[in-house]
Design a binder for this molecule. Structure first.
Ligand SMILES: [Zn+2]
Ligand SMILES: [Zn+2]
Length: 313
């Protein structure tokens, strides 16, 4: 005889079952991120940069609102990804058709925004003037975090356009369609690295840690005891930066790993319900400066802040 669950059983079940993958919601993602950046700018040594980033994200929001919904992935692609442990719609494959148009629209919105710093105008004009093929090859370099010195100023704008397109694509994926990837530290949808991780609040996701994709904003669960870069459980520790009052920050901490010698930030909504992984990572540059003096190097970058890598010796 089939056992019927009682209300108490259902509640208990609900607490233990939580989504493994959280797909992005384009209608609210960029809006919440822009609001968080503007909020964090209020008391920040890099206020101007955060305000500029907030304008870029606000423009992303406008584009996301009017973008047509993407097609759901084919059943064949879902099966293939599931069987191989590869991401479902890898960013390493040909880029979604017409993404360059999204970039040009983003540049037009920013060009018309009086709050965008004037020195950026020539940078944006130069980017808008490139043809589709040139933009494609530039996108490849940016996605590979291999940006030439002369393109450093344009890279965050290019990433912003790619984010709009990839978020749209990820939103069309069903949570059950996302594969278990190998390694588990890459995005199951697009294969990119997480920009940071976040401990969420609310409902059945409360208290769970998710890695947040820097490109498509998909989130996937990983237990906190594991390093988000090498998955080792041996050497994970946390480090925060002191604020002006000498208080150690708890909203954003660097999760360090003595096995792979990297760090990635972990953002806690339990400490601040408005915390947003990409925005809080960007605003906590002081913590990166602090970490620069330790043995740990940053596991992956922030798409809206491309910095020149020291030349390999
Ligand atoms: Zn992704
Ligand atoms: Zn590690």
């Amino acid at each position: 005889m089939q056992r019927i669950l009682q209300p108490g059983d259902i509640e208990a079940l609900d607490r233990v079952s939580f989504p493994r993958v959280r797909l992005p919601q384009p209608a609210t993602l960029f809006q919440e991120r822009a609001a968080r950046l503007a909020q964090l700018a209020q008391d920040s040594p890099i206020a101007d940069y955060l305000r500029f980033a907030a304008r870029v994200v606000q423009a992303q929001h406008q584009l996301a609102l009017k973008a047509p919904a993407a097609d759901a992935p084919s059943e064949e692609a879902v099966q293939r990804a599931g069987a191989s442990g590869m991401p479902l719609l890898p960013a390493s494959e040909p880029l979604p058709e017409g993404w360059q148009q999204t970039l040009r629209e983003l540049l037009a919105l920013l060009g018309a925004d009086a709050a965008v710093p004037a020195p950026l105008a020539p940078v944006m004009a130069q980017l808008a003037a490139r043809d589709d093929t040139a933009l494609n090859s530039l996108a490849r370099q940016v996605l590979a975090e291999n940006v030439a010195r002369e393109d450093i100023a344009t890279a965050p704008l290019l990433m912003a356009a790619l984010q709009v397109v990839f978020v749209q694509r990820a939103a069309a994926v069903g949570a059950h369609q996302a594969p278990y990837t190998e390694p588990a530290t890459i995005c199951p949808v697009c294969g990119s690295a997480p920009v940071a991780s976040v401990v969420r609040i609310g409902g059945n996701i409360a208290g769970h840690r998710y890695l947040h994709c820097g490109l498509c904003a998909t989130e996937w669960h990983m237990v906190r005891v594991k390093c988000s870069h090498c998955e080792s459980t041996r050497g994970v520790r946390y480090q925060g930066a002191e604020d002006a009052q000498g208080k150690i920050g708890e909203v954003v901490q660097a999760e360090t790993c003595t096995e792979c010698h990297t760090y990635r930030k972990i953002v806690s909504q339990e400490k601040d319900p408005y915390a947003e992984p990409l925005a809080d990572d960007l605003a906590s540059l002081t913590l990166d400066l602090l970490m620069g003096e330790t043995e740990f190097s940053r596991a992956s970058g922030n798409p809206l802040l491309v910095i020149e890598k020291p030349l390999a010796v």
